[in-house]
Design a protein around this ligand. Structure first.
Ligand SMILES: *[C@@H]1O[C@H](CO)[C@@H](O)[C@H](O)[C@H]1NC(C)=O
Ligand SMILES: *[C@@H]1O[C@H](CO)[C@@H](O)[C@H](O)[C@H]1NC(C)=O
Ligand SMILES: *[C@@H]1O[C@H](CO)[C@@H](O)[C@H](O)[C@H]1NC(C)=O
Ligand SMILES: *[C@@H]1O[C@H](CO)[C@@H](O)[C@H](O)[C@H]1NC(C)=O
Ligand SMILES: *[C@@H]1O[C@H](CO)[C@@H](O)[C@H](O)[C@H]1NC(C)=O
Ligand SMILES: *[C@@H]1O[C@H](CO)[C@@H](O)[C@H](O)[C@H]1NC(C)=O
Ligand SMILES: *[C@@H]1O[C@H](CO)[C@@H](O)[C@H](O)[C@H]1NC(C)=O
Ligand SMILES: *[C@@H]1O[C@H](CO)[C@@H](O)[C@H](O)[C@H]1NC(C)=O
Ligand SMILES: *[C@@H]1O[C@H](CO)[C@@H](O)[C@H](O)[C@H]1NC(C)=O
Ligand SMILES: *[C@@H]1O[C@H](CO)[C@@H](O)[C@H](O)[C@H]1NC(C)=O
Ligand SMILES: *[C@@H]1O[C@H](CO)[C@@H](O)[C@H](O)[C@H]1NC(C)=O
Ligand SMILES: *[C@@H]1O[C@H](CO)[C@@H](O)[C@H](O)[C@H]1NC(C)=O
Ligand SMILES: [Cu+2]
Length: 559
């Protein structure tokens, strides 16, 4: 035995925590299974036969290996939403952006290390509408021996909010793409896979029953895995203390209602400060524009130990669907923790000042119902998915797959927010393109996302891959560089990976391009992504291997 091996073994024996095996192995078998929800039965595509799928557990600094085997008829990829993927873009997952799909019968092992992050994230399919049933939680614990910056809860519970269609979700989006109209909204919302006790089909279904003891604290790791809907979340008779969003700590604040958009996560502490009883948990949609949503409320229960089985459940009234003020109150309460240990490193000097309009459009379509189809765009470009992966094209210098002329500003300036009504452009057509925006390694970017009133103003939860960003400002109407930037919060703005662009308003974010690769930016309402509300940044390598993309793994799928 080599002497150093002997020393290592001795250290391992004396201090197991120091050399704890930090590689976590998972196997994801993508399989079809039949399931019954809402009194109807249909086959769904799942990971390991589970809905929602398995939770990934890891610690900060762990290396995570997930072997994905595709046993279904669809092409599949999995995205580890919010994981920074420093220099490991090959393992990010969006189909045709960072990889070709894992085809039926194929296998791919995702391999990434979690650096500088702790909290709750989610994983989900990133191709077609498979995300509807292929999703699950990611729990990143702090390094061993490092406490939370808040009292340790008695127990932690992963709470996954979802959306359920009675029909096959691929049939739903295919029908919409043929007609050119909006897809059918879902038939129910779910909490951990179930519509809950108030649903007529709940008896056989079970659902989340959170067992608590009076006087103790519980941490809910809440994930919005819905396809198309922002959700309010409430617990009857209880306030919630928010401590973390998108795997970054926040200044704790107490609220009776949370707002979580698709792709966002929130850790909230529930203090069991009642003596006994059952209390309803409710997840209901937020939509403050004239757009149809699924108005069903998903429910679950908090159950105190010692509660009589005959005791009635305390109910809660969900906020009205159009409760903009409740949504704003929640969003405006969010701040980075910005402590000595967890400072908010907000970029102050900007290399790029970008303004991206996000919204809808209408293009001609001779085979569609109205002779036109609804589309969506960023800076008037409806993104066209390539048939080859952008990251591979970038790394191997393959030309003809994308261009790097994505406009940094709207090609035409107009009254973006369309308020007063009638002031949006009459010509609602968009351009097509697979256009990327190029950044040097370590460049600083300020990006203002401006909603448009074309067709209708609407909230857009925009997600950036490969980075966290700071939300430095937010407002209604058209962004004014002169007036609005004066009011930016550069001290303790919330840090996240998915941000809601307010209906008829704007949000300003800042990030540092310290991760080489090709990084997708898109609306996390799946319907808008499908319609083209997406683009990508290409970040060049910096100096030396520590600032460069690692070479592709040998099992990277091809196309
Ligand atoms: C699902 O149910 C259908 C008919 O209801 C059946 O033909 C099929 O074999 C089932 N599939 C699985 C995976 O159990
Ligand atoms: C995972 O990727 C790292 C490089 O980021 C590499 O060193 C390691 O060997 C890979 N692990 C496996 C099992 O392929
Ligand atoms: C969408 O809804 C319409 C109207 O209810 C219905 O006719 C159609 O079958 C639905 N489409 C799918 C794919 O379920
Ligand atoms: C929740 O907090 C608010 C404001 O602090 C307070 O007025 C209310 O009584 C609290 N509700 C419960 C159920 O503790
Ligand atoms: C939900 O929408 C349906 C159809 O638009 C409507 O019939 C129903 O009353 C609504 N339910 C609630 C609780 O608003
Ligand atoms: C919200 O919708 C209700 C009816 O559904 C309406 O009465 C109310 O005026 C709306 N509130 C706002 C702020 O738009
Ligand atoms: C498009 O078609 C739908 C359904 O036929 C109809 O309700 C809608 O008014 C039409 N929209 C336009 C802009 O023609
Ligand atoms: C734009 O791209 C879509 C496919 O994404 C295609 O169906 C459409 O014909 C294209 N339109 C133009 C004007 O090229
Ligand atoms: C791609 O081009 C860059 C710059 O010209 C070069 O450094 C790199 O080696 C090329 N990569 C491949 C895989 O050919
Ligand atoms: C978007 O592009 C289309 C096609 O070039 C053009 O007709 C339209 O005026 C543009 N609209 C805006 C708002 O830039
Ligand atoms: C990135 O730029 C900042 C200044 O904006 C500088 O302090 C830092 O050293 C740079 N980092 C790298 C890795 O180049
Ligand atoms: C799967 O992806 C490959 C590579 O892009 C493509 O050629 C094939 O048509 C896709 N298969 C299906 C079933 O979509
Ligand atoms: Cu959107």
């Amino acid at each position: 035995m080599e002497p150093w091996v002997r020393v290592l073994l001795l250290v391992a024996f004396l201090f197991p925590a120091l050399v704890e095996c930090r590689v976590r192995h998972y196997k994801f078998n993508v399989v079809t299974r039949n399931t019954t929800r809402l009194c109807s039965s249909k086959p769904i595509v799942t990971v390991n036969g589970r809905f929602p799928g398995p939770t990934l557990y890891a610690r900060e600094d762990d290396n995570v290996l997930i072997k994905v085997v595709n046993h279904v008829k669809y092409n599949v990829t999995i995205h580890w939403h919010g994981i920074r993927q420093l220099r490991t873009g090959w393992h990010d997952g969006p189909a045709y952006i960072t990889q070709c799909p894992i085809q039926p019968g194929q296998t791919y092992t995702y391999n990434f290390t979690i650096t500088g992050q702790r909290g709750t994230l989610l994983w989900h399919a990133h191709i077609l509408w498979l995300r509807a049933t292929i999703h699950g939680g990611i729990v990143i614990l702090p390094k061993r021996g490092v406490p939370y910056p808040f009292p340790k809860p008695e127990k932690e519970i992963v709470v996954i909010l979802g959306e359920w269609w009675k029909s096959d979700t691929e049939a739903v989006i295919n029908q919409a793409m043929q007609s050119g109209l909006a897809p059918n909204v879902s038939d129910a919302h779910t909490i951990n896979g179930h519509p809950g006790p108030l649903s007529p089909c709940s008896s056989k279904q079970g659902g989340l029953k959170l067992q608590v003891e009076s006087g103790k604290k519980y941490m809910l790791r809440i994930i919005n895995a819905a396809l198309n809907e922002e959700l309010f979340f409430k617990v009857a008779g209880h306030n919630l203390t928010v401590v973390e969003v998108d795997a970054t700590y926040t200044k704790p604040f107490t609220t009776d209602t949370l707002l979580i958009t698709p792709g966002q996560t929130t850790n909230a502490i529930l203090t069991a400060d009642r003596r006994a009883g059952q209390y309803l948990i409710a997840a209901s949609p937020f939509m403050d524009s004239p757009i149809t949503v699924d108005n069903a409320t998903a429910t679950a229960t908090v159950h105190y130990s010692g509660t009589l089985s005959t005791s009635a459940t305390t109910l809660t009234k969900p906020p009205p669907q159009n409760a903009t003020s409740i949504a704003n109150k929640f969003i405006n309460s969010l701040r980075s923790l910005n402590s000595k240990k967890y400072p908010a490193q907000v970029p102050l000097k900007m290399d790029h000042n970008l303004l991206f309009t996000v919204g809808l459009g209408v293009n001609p379509c001779s085979t569609c119902v109205n002779g036109s189809r609804v589309v969506a765009a960023i800076n008037n470009v409806s993104f066209v998915m390539p048939t080859y992966s952008l990251l591979q094209a970038h790394y191997f210098n393959k030309s003809g797959v994308f261009t790097t002329d994505f406009p940094g500003n709207p090609p035409i300036s107009f009254n973006y927010s369309g308020n007063p009504p009638g002031t949006s452009p009459a010509n609602m057509n968009t351009m097509n393109g697979t256009r990327l925006y190029r950044l040097n390694y370590n460049a600083t970017v300020q990006l203002v996302l401006q909603d448009t009133g074309i067709i209708a103003p609407e909230n857009h939860p925009v997600h950036l891959h490969g980075f966290n960003f700071f939300q430095v400002g937010r407002g209604l109407g058209n962004f004014s560089p002169k007036n609005d930037s004066k009011k930016f919060n550069l001290r303790d703005p919330v840090e996240r990976n998915t941000i809601g662009v307010p209906s008829g308003g704007w949000v300003a974010i800042r990030f540092r391009a310290d991760n080489p690769g090709v990084w997708f930016l898109h609306c996390h309402l799946e319907v808008h992504t499908t319609w083209g509300l997406k683009m990508a940044f290409v970040v060049d390598n910096g100096k030396g291997p520590n600032e460069s993309l690692i070479p592709p793994p040998s099992d990277l799928p091809t196309c």
